[in-house]
Design a protein around this ligand. Sequence first.
Ligand SMILES: [Mg+2]
Ligand SMILES: [Zn+2]
Length: 208
Amino acid sequence: MQNGGKTARAVPTDNRQLKPAIRAVTCSAIDLRNKAVFLDRDGVLNRSLVKGGKPYAPLNRQEFSLLDNVKQACQLLTENGFLLVGVTNQPEIARGHIDWRTINEMHDFLIAELGLVEVRVCPHDDCDKCACRKPRPGMILDAAALYEVDLSSSFMVGDRWKDIDAGVSAGCRTVFVDHGYDEPRPACPDFTCADLFQATAWILALKS
Ligand SMILES: [Mg+2]
Ligand SMILES: [Zn+2]
């Protein structure tokens, strides 16, 4: 196992991560804060590759495809006033199995197709001990600060326990998309469902 500074290696960085394309929405005097749905990527927006009961990230554009009804779900959430922010662990970057160019192509597609304000990426692995790798809430907290998001009226949707724990730590309500993976399940999601469309129906029913 790598440990401490001696064996730490540089994780490739991407300057674009520092410059989200869209800035915070200007707030009215009455409604000072935005509400958001933070979306895990693999298994929520696009298909994961499932091998031996465990999910894996697509590593090229050919393997990358949207799940059913995701576009409609994102449209409904946007129409109902939610900012959509992707938050994804991609340790395959640190492991050298995918480069930023391919990741950015995937995320440019998601932003254009689904209307996300951005897709935040943790490019690290466990040994990097970063603040952004879920279950840590760093990506959610940073995006919430940038977009002036009220976390208590926001949601985190994910298909693994690390997503749900990150959402709970950030102070969001959480939705677990259960694909029945052969791995530990989250302890306390607020809602469990089969896909983002069901998650969306639950979120919007709460609001009405
Ligand atoms: Mg996932
Ligand atoms: Zn990280």
